[in-house]
Ligand binder design. Structure first.
Ligand code: GLV
Length: 335
């Protein structure tokens, strides 16, 4: 069968809007598939009129976690078939609204597991060994000399690491923590595979017991209505006063005001945060203290990982626009 002379192929009629700058490997993959790509070069969300212009004809949108994909976004994109979010988290995307319009949502799991787990350990070590505080001392130029009681931290061997959310990243954090001699406990909706639990010596606990008994609590759950402010005043008060909180998941999982109050009250020993409740704002009560370590959302920030995220998002777009199944779809919430 021959097609009508003016019928365009799916690739020719497909326009991919890449809303912020992403590594070139993804753009190349989209173009190699014959897709028309409108790619922003900016490392920030488009302003309203630019976004409306680029979405008007888009059949695919490649978004970052600072792009909000809601009904207003979808109204601007009447031809959209896929939102490929370049992140494992997707709390910036209204997945139910996308599903209602038949728009597939994909994320980038797997490729950022090691980078995020590595950074979690960096934060864990930084907060327990006072790395930031020590560095600030040296850079301040203040006089110092080695001292037996100077800046004492806490060791990790035989301490309990309580992991909230034992998915790929939580499991990779547990593996690394075992190498430091930590004992692993976790909370997850379902039990992890028995072989994995055995290998890691990981004990499944309910949330209250995990918070009350862990020396370090590390968050690896998604941000959903159920996990919003999961770490609140009550949970912080239940922690040991020599325990630490690490968050490389999503800021709003922690009630930041309650965290500041818990630190002020000596209810916990410290916190290490890569993500913030009102990102990029940081609660002013966290900024000037030495018992917290603060990073600017660097979990997946390695060159290799960002390339892999860009490529996976592009592969999802190519698959969906070719009428194939997405590689890493996000399931719409159960109704
Ligand atoms: C980063 O925070 C991500 O969700 O990929």
């Amino acid at each position: 069968m021959t097609s009508a002379p003016d019928a365009a192929s799916p690739a020719e009629t497909s326009r991919v809007a890449v809303l912020q700058r992403i590594p070139e490997v993804g753009i190349r993959r989209l173009r190699d598939a014959g897709l028309h790509v409108d790619a922003s070069e900016r490392e920030a969300p488009l302003d309203a009129s630019e976004r409306a212009a680029v979405l008007a004809d888009a059949t695919a949108a490649v978004t970052l976690l600072t792009d909000r994909v809601d009904d207003a976004f979808l109204d601007e994109a009447p031809h959209l078939r896929i939102v490929a979010n370049v992140a494992v988290g997707f709390d910036n995307v209204d997945v139910a609204a996308c599903a209602a319009r038949g728009v597939v949502v994909t994320n980038t799991p797997g490729v950022l597991t090691d980078a995020t787990a590595d950074l979690t350990l960096a934060l864990l070590l930084a907060v327990t060994r006072r790395v930031g505080e020590g560095e600030r001392l040296i850079r301040s130029g203040a006089p110092w000399s080695w001292g037996m009681f100077m800046m004492l931290g806490r060791g990790l061997r035989d301490r309990r690491l309580g992991i909230v959310g034992m998915g790929a990243i939580g499991t990779a954090v547990a593996e690394r923590a075992r190498a430091f001699g930590m004992r692993v406990a976790y909370h997850n909706r379902s039990a992890v595979d028995a072989e994995v639990a055995d290998r890691l010596g990981a004990e499944r606990l309910d949330l209250d017991e995990l918070f009350a008994t862990s020396d370090v609590v590390s968050l690896h759950c998604p941000h959903t209505p159920e996990t919003h402010h999961l770490v609140d005043a009550r949970r912080l008060a239940s922690m040991r006063d020599d325990a630490y909180l690490v968050n490389t998941a999503r800021g709003p999982v922690v009630d930041e005001a309650a965290l500041v109050a818990a630190l002020d009250g000596g209810q916990i020993a410290g916190a290490a945060l890569d993500v913030y409740e009102n990102e990029p704002e940081v609660h002013p009560g966290l900024v000037d203290r030495d018992d917290v370590v603060l990073l600017p959302h660097l979990g997946s920030a390695t060159i290799e990982t960002r390339d892999a995220m860009s490529d996976l998002a592009a592969r999802n777009v190519v698959a969906v626009l070719a009428g194939e199944r997405p590689i890493t779809p996000v399931a719409p919430p159960a109704t």
